[in-house]
Design a protein around this ligand. Structure first.
Ligand SMILES: Cc1cc2nc3c(=O)[nH]c(=O)nc-3n(C[C@H](O)[C@H](O)[C@H](O)COP(=O)(O)OP(=O)(O)OC[C@H]3O[C@@H](n4cnc5c(N)ncnc54)[C@H](O)[C@@H]3O)c2cc1C
Length: 391
């Protein structure tokens, strides 16, 4: 079978990894001009981690992970207002740069990736799909997979304009080479929250710092200059923010987008199927999108390599994934008010929760509160996929 995958992110790469090992001919098409490194920090656990383990990635993830010793909230003067020491309860949660996880998968993918290219159009015909690329070339394929993120082009081609569910926040993230600030943050995650605003900092290896900014904003229009908007809203909040914002990269060097969820009735149409954030974005509030993207890629590969035609495989794939995604999305919507509290009362309640979690045995309570399910997803139906693993 010949497959074109649009989008070489975590979902697209994981699907390519599995299908090529099952003997499929795979090609990836990626809009970015080169592999997307860095990005932002993710907590990676649950079903996606189970997939990574089957792929033999555990040693690599153990090498690349960051051990977070403490989660703390700070005030404008940089002093901690509440903190939670994170011990062994977080052993199964891998804190990683998104780019490091994607790179771990990409390093083991043999399929060609055509960078700087997107899917311009597609025509389905009996037995296949003609895919027109933005470089003027075409591909004849059995399947076209849209793994091109929450603003999916393939979704638009198959289903038209599907409105996303806006969760009322805008997010900005970037990585900064800043030795002095990185040392100040040390082995902890530090966050500052003001009503409707959250800024978080992780210290990374190589004297770097990963930063995440969340801003409550009812208007779903992105500012023309995201760095100017950051400076306007966060520049006066003290802590490390004035120094960080002075050194913030230009728009090309940062992630900036609305926080949304994607809800679709159908994830497939004829020979086209959607994967990852393109059809199931759960939002950063759910803290589970990368894990779900990897799990979904595995489930899709499992169904496609089981006996039967692609249409039936697509339907089974959606039937397995959609209920779990609905659960994780609901979890994400509940988490909004705690991650970027809208008022001082919620900030105080959150700090109180953190103090309770700091009591003996309390960190387990904290970890449980972070983890929606989905573990039962990774159980192979297809003999082919059961044999496609690197132990
Ligand atoms: C700030 C932030 C924090 C997060 N924290 C967590 C976390 O803690 N835990 C967790 O599990 N998840 C987290 N997530 C979510 C997670 O990053 C996503 O759910 C996951 O990356 C989805 O993978 P994907 O491959 O489906 O989509 P993406 O990662 O969006 O990849 C899509 C790929 O397609 C490419 N592309 C886009 N459009 C086109 C096009 N038209 N043509 C060709 N290529 C295209 C993109 O360049 C990209 O390479 C977070 C997300 C953000 C933004």
């Amino acid at each position: 079978m010949r497959t074109v995958i649009c989008g070489a992110g975590i979902a697209g790469l994981t699907l390519a990894w599995h299908l090529e090992r099952a003997g499929w001919e795979v090609e990836l098409v990626e809009r970015a001009p080169a592999f997307r490194d860095g990005g932002y920090m993710i907590d990676f656990y649950g079903p996606g981690y189970q997939v990574a383990e089957r792929m033999g990635l555990r040693p690599r993830l153990l090498r690349d992970r960051y051990r977070v010793g403490e989660l703390s909230y700070v005030g404008r003067d940089g002093r901690r207002t509440s903190r939670l020491k994170l011990g062994s309860a977080l052993d199964d949660v891998y804190s990683l740069l998104r780019g490091d996880l994607a790179r771990a998968v990409a390093d083991d993918v043999r399929a060609p990736v055509t960078y700087g290219t997107t899917v311009e159009g597609s025509e389905q015909h009996p037995g296949g799909v003609t895919v027109r690329l933005s470089d003027g070339t075409t591909r004849e394929a059995d399947l076209l997979v849209g793994a091109d993120g929450a603003r999916s082009r393939v979704r638009e081609l198959a289903f038209g304009d599907v409105p996303q569910r806006y969760l009322g926040h805008q997010a900005t993230a970037f990585v900064l080479a800043e030795a002095e600030l990185s040392r100040r943050i040390g082995g902890s995650v530090q966050m500052l929250t003001e009503p409707g605003l959250m800024a978080g900092a992780y210290a990374l290896r190589g004297d770097r710092l990963a930063l995440l900014f969340l801003r409550r904003e009812p208007d779903p229009a992105l500012p023309a200059d995201p760095v100017a908007a950051l400076r306007r809203h966060f520049g006066g909040l003290g802590w490390i923010l004035p120094e960080v914002l002075e050194r913030a990269p230009g728009p090309g060097g940062l992630y900036h987008d609305l926080v949304t969820q994607v809800e679709l009735e159908r994830w497939h149409s004829g020979r086209i199927v959607l994967l990852g954030d393109a059809c199931q974005a759960v939002s950063l509030f759910a803290g589970h999108g990368a894990s779900m993207a990897m799990a979904a890629a595995w489930v899709l590969a499992d169904e496609l390599t089981a006996p039967g035609d692609p249409a039936a495989a697509f339907a089974r794939y959606q039937a397995r994934m959609a209920p779990v995604i609905a659960e994780v999305q609901a979890f994400g919507r509940r988490a909004v008010r705690w991650m970027a509290p809208p008022n001082r009362w919620r900030i105080l309640t959150r700090d109180l929760f953190l103090r309770l979690a700091a009591l003996p045995g309390g960190e387990r309570l904290f970890v449980n509160a972070l983890s929606p399910g989905g573990h039962a997803l990774i159980s192979a139906r297809s003999d082919v996929l059961e044999s496609v693993r690197q132990d």
